[in-house]
Design a protein around this ligand. Structure first.
Ligand code: AMP
Length: 312
């Protein structure tokens, strides 16, 4: 088994990354990118296996992006284990070709202004701006970034859309694979690629869950055993609402109450629960077309997100 493992090339420099892609492209090779923040789990590894179905070569980026975290959020405690990640990547069937692991994607050399260049009129700032950075260009997907995670994390989607744009420009992939676990993010990236004419096929992959139903997340390691048990209420509540809808309950207020009650009774602190149209993410009152129930809730210090599509 070990003999079949493929050692990925590790690239930390953006110019070297782009040079590699262009060299591969001259050989006629197609390339998929799987962007991650590391501390890999089977959810991430499933995205890689999906990527193999679309292209000959696969690049995985591992980068914890400071521009999507507010100073009050968990950037400094975000888990990481680069060596463990490499071992996991080597064990994926088919392996991967490159790990792109930049130190700082916002380091533009000596000309960078150290002072904060402004934040596009937003009231909130990210860790990137707080640390002093000359970066001042942002990608915003204006309507889809509002609401849900965008309400509780005002700099989050601006940071995600911007770093994904940077990764697309550096790696120049043909395909990029994202998890539907981060449903609003996936929709935002698809819209951004359409609106800005990126020539990249965005593939969405289903949520990978642990055997007990909890959606896999790098943050799950920070849950105590008790909190983890309580967090199972998320998947339970979503499944309950989905079954009710499939049995004919189409009123979103009543469906939402099923979710809210289940999570609160288990001891979770709800950030939001919404039922929205799948593509537009518009809140709906009565299910008439495919929707998705999206939820974010705190269990102790850990904020978890999850969702379930209802295709009626
Ligand atoms: P992250 O490292 O959390 O930024 O996630 C990197 C990518 O993996 C994103 O596209 C996520 O949506 C995806 N992902 C994370 N957890 C899961 C999961 N449980 N199932 C499917 N995809 C996931």
């Amino acid at each position: 088994m070990a003999g079949k493992e493929k050692q990925p090339k590790i690239i930390t420099d953006k110019n070297q990354m782009r040079t590699w892609t262009r060299a591969m492209r001259t050989q006629g090779k197609t390339i998929a990118l799987v962007p991650t923040m590391g501390f890999l789990h089977d959810g991430h590894l499933s995205l890689i296996q999906e990527a193999h179905k679309h292209t000959q070569l696969v690049v995985v980026s591992i980068y914890v992006n400071p521009s999507q975290f507010a100073p009050s959020e968990d950037l400094s405690t975000y888990p990481s284990d680069f060596e463990g990640d490499i071992r996991k990547l080597m064990a994926v069937p088919g392996g991967i070709d490159v790990v792109f692991h930049p130190h700082n994607l916002y380091d533009y050399g000596v000309e960078s202004a150290r002072d904060c260049a402004g934040n596009g009129g937003m009231a909130a700032v990210s860790c990137l701006e707080e640390s002093g950075s000359g970066h001042e260009t942002w990608v915003r997907v204006e309507r889809l970034e509002k609401g849900m995670c965008g309400s509780s994390r005002p700099v989050f989607f601006r940071g995600v859309a911007t770093v994904v744009t940077k990764l697309f420009n550096i790696v120049e992939p043909d395909v990029a694979v994202f998890g539907k676990k981060d449903y609003q993010q996936w929709r935002i990236i698809r819209r951004m690629v359409r609106d800005l004419d990126f020539s990249i096929n965005i593939v969405g992959f289903e949520i990978v869950r642990d055997a007990d139903g909890l959606a896999m997340s790098s943050r799950n390691v920070r849950l105590s055993p008790e909190e983890r048990l309580k967090a199972l209420s998320i998947n339970r509540s979503l499944s309950k609402a989905k079954s009710a809808a499939e049995r004919g309950e189409l009123n979103c207020k009543r469906l939402k109450n099923l979710v809210v009650d289940e999570v609160r009774e288990a001891g979770g602190e709800l950030d939001y629960a919404e039922i929205v149209e799948q593509e537009s993410l518009e809140v709906v009152e009565e299910i008439k077309s495919p929707v998705v129930i999206l939820i974010a809730a705190w269990f102790g210090e850990v904020r978890l997100i999850d969702n379930m599509e209802i295709n009626i």
